[in-house]
Design a protein. Structure first.
Lengths: 254, 321
C-alpha cells in the first residue's frame, strides 16, 4: 500500500538530509558544544558553586536542537527552490501545504532525534539526575514547539531571501545570536548589560531552554508556563507569516 | 476515452507576470490524446510560461483551460497526479543518480519491487549504469539532463510535458530520448514538447504551434505547415562589402509582398514564391549596387524556414488553430 503524500515527503526529506555533512551540522556541532563546553567550563561553573555545569548545559543543548532543526527546515526550502525540486514536487501529486507540512514535520523529527542523542550522550558522559517519563514528555513537547517556531522562522527567511549568500549569512547570524543570547550556555546574570539582558529575555530559545531545564531538573515553575504560552503565541504568528510568504514566493529562483 | 479525445483545451489564455505585460496573450489551441504537440518559439516567446500554466504551476490571468477534462484552478492535484513534467531548469535531490530515481519512485507511490524494476530498466535505457552511484550534482549538463528525463519515466502518466528536454544532450543520447518518447507515444502517451531544435520538432511532432511574444502564430500538422509554403523555395544569400544593409532594404522593396527576407548581418534567408524571378532581381540589384555575392543557394523549404517566416511577422497568424 502506498504511503500518504505527507509521509512520502517526510521520507524524502529525511533521506535527502541525512548525508554525513548534514548530520555533522545537526548533531555533531551540538555534541561538540556538549563535550567541549561541558567539560571545559566545568571548573568555572564549579568554582561558582552551581554544581555540575554539564547538568546545566545538557537541557540547554537539547533545546538548541530546536534551532538546528529549524535551520535544516529552512535550508530544505531554500535548496529545493534553488535546485528546482520545489517546482518539480509541485508539478507532482502534492499540494503546497503538504510540502510545507513535510518540512515542518521533518524539522520536528530532527529536533527530537537530536535532543534524544544529546540526552543519551549526557547519560553516558556524566551521572545526570534520574528523569521521569513525564519530564521527558514535557521536554520533548517543548522542543517540538521550539522546532515549529524556528522552523517557521527559517522558512520565512528562506521564502523571502533571493540569494545564496544572503541566506547563508542570515542563517549564521540567527544561529549565533539566538544561541548565545539565550540561557542555553549560561543563566541571565545581573552583571549583563541591560540591552543584552533584554535580548536574552525576548529570545524564544531562552523560554525553551528554561522550560526544558525545568523539566530536566524537576523545577518547572509558573514562570516557565507563562514563557511557553508566549512562545506558543509567537509560534502561531511566525507560522502564519512563514506560510503566507511561502505561498506567495516563486517556486524557483531564476 | 477515445483516441481522438481532446486532453488539453485552451481558450484565449492570457498570463501576465506584471500587470499589463502579457507573457501569454490570447492563446487558443487543443491537444489530442496520443499526439506529440510541439511548441516552437524563440527565447522568451512564452513556451515555458505556457508549460507552467498547463502543469498548474501558474494560474492563467484570463481565459479558460481544461487539462484531461479538469479545471486546473480547482482540480490541480488531480491533474498533476496524471501528468509528468521535465522542466527546463535542472531539478535534483542531493543524492546519487540511483537515489534520485528511487526517491522519485517513492514520491509517486510505487511499490518497492516495481520501483526497483523501473529504476534499473531506466538506468539501462538511458545509459546511466556507470553513473548510478555518482552524485547528481557532480554530473555534466548532458548527464544531468538524461537523469532528469529518465526519472520522469519512473511513474505512469497520461500527458508528458517536456520543456526543452534535449538541451545539452549529445547526438546519440538525443536520438535515444526521442525514440523513447516515440515508443511511449505508441503506447498511448500524449506529449507536449517545447524545443528550439527544429530537426527534433520535425522528427517527433505531429502538430506544431509556433509561439512568439505570447501569441500563437501558427498551428498546423507538419505536413500542412510545409504545404503552406509548398509553392515556395528558399534562397540563402550572403553578400560582401559594406552596402549589405542598403542592398537588403532595396531587395525587400523590389521583391514585394510575395517574398519574405529575413536578414542576419550580411546573410539573408529569402522565401520566394517565384525563385527564378527573385534570383534575377538579386543578381540585377547586386550588379547595380556593386555588391559581391559570397554565397547564393536555392533549396526546398525546411521547418526552419517556416519558423523564420512565422516569427518574422509579429502577431500575424499564418495558420489556423
Amino acid at each position: 500500500m502506498a504511503l500518504p503524500n505527507l509521509l512520502r515527503l517526510i521520507y524524502r526529506n529525511i533521506r535527502v538530509n541525512t548525508d554525513p555533512g548534514s548530520l555533522i551540522i545537526l548533531v555533531g556541532l551540538p555534541a561538540m558544544y556538549l563535550v567541549f563546553f561541558g567539560f571545559g567550563f566545568q571548573s568555572l561553573a564549579g568554582g561558582a558553586g552551581s554544581g555540575s555545569y554539564i547538568d546545566y548545559l545538557t537541557p540547554g543543548i537539547m533545546s538548541f536542537q530546536a534551532v538546528m532543526a529549524g535551520t535544516v527546515g529552512g535550508s530544505m526550502l531554500w535548496a529545493d527552490r534553488r535546485y528546482g525540486m520545489l517546482a518539480q514536487l509541485l508539478v507532482g501529486p502534492f499540494t503546497r501545504l503538504q510540502y510545507l507540512l513535510g518540512i515542518m514535520f521533518t524539522s520536528v523529527l530532527f529536533a527530537l532525534g537530536g535532543a534524544a542523542v544529546m540526552m543519551g550522550m549526557a547519560l553516558v558522559l556524566v551521572q545526570v539526575p534520574a528523569i521521569s517519563a513525564v519530564a521527558v514528555l514535557v521536554m520533548f513537547a517543548v522542543i517540538t514547539l521550539g522546532a515549529i517556531f524556528f522552523g517557521s522562522l527559517m522558512l520565512l527567511i528562506a521564502a523571502l531571501v533571493k540569494s545564496n549568500n544572503a541566506y547563508n549569512s542570515v542563517q549564521i547570524l540567527v544561529i549565533f545570536v539566538v544561541n548565545f543570547a539565550s540561557t542555553v550556555f549560561y543563566p541571565i546574570s545581573s552583571s549583563l548589560p541591560a540591552a543584552l539582558r533584554y535580548l536574552f529575555l525576548i529570545n524564544p530559545l531562552t523560554y525553551i531552554a528554561n522550560a526544558v531545564r525545568g523539566a530536566f531538573t524537576g523545577t518547572l515553575t509558573a514562570s516557565d508556563g507563562i514563557q511557553l504560552a508566549v512562545l506558543a503565541a509567537e509560534t502561531v504568528v511566525v507560522l502564519f507569516l512563514a506560510t503566507r510568504a511561502y505561498l506567495r514566493s516563486d517556486v524557483t529562483l531564476e | 476515452m477515445s483516441d481522438s479525445e481532446t486532453v488539453i483545451q485552451a481558450e484565449q489564455i492570457r498570463h501576465a507576470y506584471t500587470p499589463g505585460r502579457y507573457a501569454l496573450n490570447g492563446l487558443s489551441f487543443s491537444v489530442r490524446r496520443g499526439e506529440v504537440f510541439g511548441l516552437l518559439g524563440r527565447n522568451g516567446a512564452g513556451k515555458s510560461t505556457l508549460i507552467k500554466v498547463m502543469t498548474t504551476l501558474l494560474r492563467p490571468s484570463e481565459g479558460s483551460l481544461r487539462v484531461l477534462g479538469l479545471n486546473p484552478a480547482r482540480d490541480g492535484r488531480r491533474i498533476r497526479s496524471r501528468i509528468g513534467v521535465v522542466q527546463q531548469g535542472e531539478s535534483f535531490d542531493f543524492t546519487t543518480v540511483e537515489g534520485n530515481l528511487d526517491i522519485y519512485g517513492v514520491l509517486w507511490g510505487l511499490p518497492a519491487d516495481e520501483r526497483i524494476r523501473r529504476r534499473n530498466e531506466l538506468i539501462a535505457r538511458f545509459g546511466l549504469d556507470d553513473l548510478r552511484r555518482r552524485r547528481s550534482f557532480d554530473l555534466s549538463g548532458g548527464q544531468k539532463r538524461r537523469v532528469q528525463v529518465a526519472r520522469e519515466f519512473m511513474h505512469d502518466m497520461e500527458i508528458l510535458f517536456l520543456d526543452e528536454p534535449t538541451v545539452g544532450l549529445d547526438v546519440i543520447m538525443r536520438r535515444t530520448l526521442l525514440d523513447s518518447i516515440r515508443a511511449e507515444v505508441r503506447r498511448g502517451l500524449t506529449v507536449v514538447f517545447t524545443t528550439h531544435n527544429l530537426e527534433e520538432a520535425d522528427y517527433l511532432c505531429d502538430r506544431i504551434a509556433v509561439v512568439d511574444q505570447g501569441r500563437l502564430l501558427a498551428l498546423e500538422t507538419l505536413e500542412n505547415l510545409k504545404r503552406l509554403y509548398g509553392g515556395r523555395k528558399t534562397i540563402d544569400l550572403t553578400v560582401s562589402g559594406t552596402e549589405g544593409e542598403a542592398f537588403y532594404r532595396s531587395l525587400r522593396t523590389r521583391l514585394g509582398e510575395d517574398s519574405t527576407v529575413t536578414v542576419s548581418g550580411r546573410s539573408a534567408v529569402i522565401l520566394a514564391s517565384d525563385p527564378k524571378g527573385a534570383l534575377a532581381v538579386i543578381l540585377a540589384l547586386a550588379q547595380e549596387r556593386g555588391v559581391g555575392l559570397d554565397w547564393l543557394n536555392v533549396r526546398q523549404n525546411t521547418l526552419e524556414d517556416v519558423f523564420l517566416k512565422s516569427v518574422g511577422h509579429e502577431g500575424e497568424s499564418i495558420g489556423s488553430a
